[in-house]
Structures are given as C-alpha cells and as structure tokens.
Design a protein around this ligand. Structure first.
Ligand code: SF4
Ligand code: SF4
Length: 129
C-alpha cells in the first residue's frame, strides 16, 4: 500500500547532512549484527558518540553508510526505515509540506486528506505486526 503515497527516487537527500538520526539500543544491536564486526569496532569505525547520543559518522556531507543508496539497508536505524512516512504528517499539514519539500518520493498529487487516510492505514497495519 505504501506505493500509493510514496516511491523512493533514490536521490539520497535523506542520507545527506552533517548529522544523522540517532540510534536506539535496538538500532545499535541490529547494525552490529548486520555488519558482523564486534560492537566496539562498529562504534569506532562508523559511529559518533556524544554522551548518550549515538549517531552515524558523516563523510563528505553524508552518512558514512551512504554510497549511491544505503549500504546497510537491513541494519539501518528505525528512524531511517520510517522516513518519510512520519506519523506527524497526520497531525499537522505543515509537517506534510515540510517532508514533501525534503523528499521527492512523496506523492503529493494524492492530496493531503487521502494521503493521511492511506498513511493511517499503513501505520495501523504496522502496529499490528
Ligand atoms: S529523500 Fe525520499 S526519495 Fe530521496 S532517497 Fe530519501 S526517501 Fe528516497
Ligand atoms: S543508515 Fe542508510 S538510510 Fe540511514 S542515513 Fe545512513 S545511508 Fe541513509
């Protein structure tokens, strides 16, 4: 159903910037399992840790794992997996417009109301899994 409101254009905008999303403990474990190196090595090579905040390092203005697409796709943080279908779209049209400006994969032609209807169904079906 996702394809009704979103189709990734692989532009890479969401993996660019000088900081990345933060990783939860589960994210870290999934990433370590996926990469297959000891946790300490993953932290040293790929992560930027500031106090309790764990993010991915950036290289030349993009996430260290970005190379014409995500190179750790199954091990990526949940916030990366969620993007751009953020629940806040449903509560405020301004969020829809902001996300739409950042992601060319959003099918804005669907219209805000219909978009929210479909997104709510997608989020609900994920809650059940
Ligand atoms: S910004 Fe949107 S369309 Fe571009 S790579 Fe990210 S999810 Fe895909
Ligand atoms: S982990 Fe993958 S999807 Fe997330 S920012 Fe890095 S390259 Fe992009």
């Amino acid at each position: 159903m996702t394809e009704k409101i979103f189709e990734c254009k692989r532009c890479g905008y969401c993996c660019h910037g000088e900081t990345t999303v933060s990783l939860t403990k589960d994210d870290l474990q999934r990433m370590v399992d996926h990469i297959g190196l000891p946790e300490q090595e993953v932290k040293e090579k790929y992560l930027r840790i500031t106090g309790n905040v764990v993010q991915m390092k950036t290289v030349e203005g993009h996430c260290i794992f970005y190379d014409n697409g995500c190179t750790v796709h199954p091990g990526r943080p949940w916030r990366c997996a969620q993007w751009p279908l953020h629940p806040s779209i449903i509560t405020d049209q301004a969020n829809f417009e902001a996300i739409n400006r950042s992601c060319p994969g959003i099918k804005e032609e669907v219209g805000y109301e219909k978009f929210c209807e479909i997104l709510a169904e997608i989020l609900e079906s994920k809650d059940k899994t």
